[in-house]
Design a protein around this ligand. Sequence first.
Ligand code: GAR
Length: 201
Amino acid sequence: MKKIAVLLSGRGSNFISIKKAVDAGEIDGEIAVVISNKADAKGLEFAKESGLNAVFVNPKDFDGREAYDTEIVRILEENGTELVCLAGFMRIISSVFVDAFRNRIINIHPSLLPSFKGLDAQKQALEYGVKFAGCTVHFVDEEMDNGAIILQSVVPVEQDDTEDDLCARILVEEHKLYPEVVRLFCADKLKVEGRRVVINL
Ligand code: GAR
């Protein structure tokens, strides 16, 4: 059973989807720690209410990104973390963190990468005029939204979509995709070969 850490900054709906799959026994893992950089993150509240080990790490207490990430790595190691899931964790992570957990950090991004990296990916997709959008779960490397892609889900973009419509349609897919990737990782089914991730089914 693998020890999973979830890092989040907000609502935490992806965290909840992973937790549900863990609770249902679909994932051979347990949530060892939930960490947030925001004291009032809804996801952190939910983790506390669920009796999980939930920690707020205040960026203001640290002198720069590397010092902050060194503390995150310390907490992760203290909890025996084997997989780190970034789930709406809205901070760029430094090489201190990436190096400590190489090929063991995954992230979900609400676009079909490599399109629309960065903030407001769904808005970027709408404004660009693409006909299909979606979400990506990928390994994390030193560059933002750049690491090897594990799985993607595609949704159509409808003519009259608002940003909220598209966000909601993608989110439904996020909540299926992320637990599935965590399941595959915990079952040792993922192999990274350069930029390509091979899934041993
Ligand atoms: C999700 O849509 C996730 O894909 C996105 O933030 C949202 C978090 O929602 N992540 C990014 O944009 C990362 N670049 P949640 O807190 O309800 O899981």
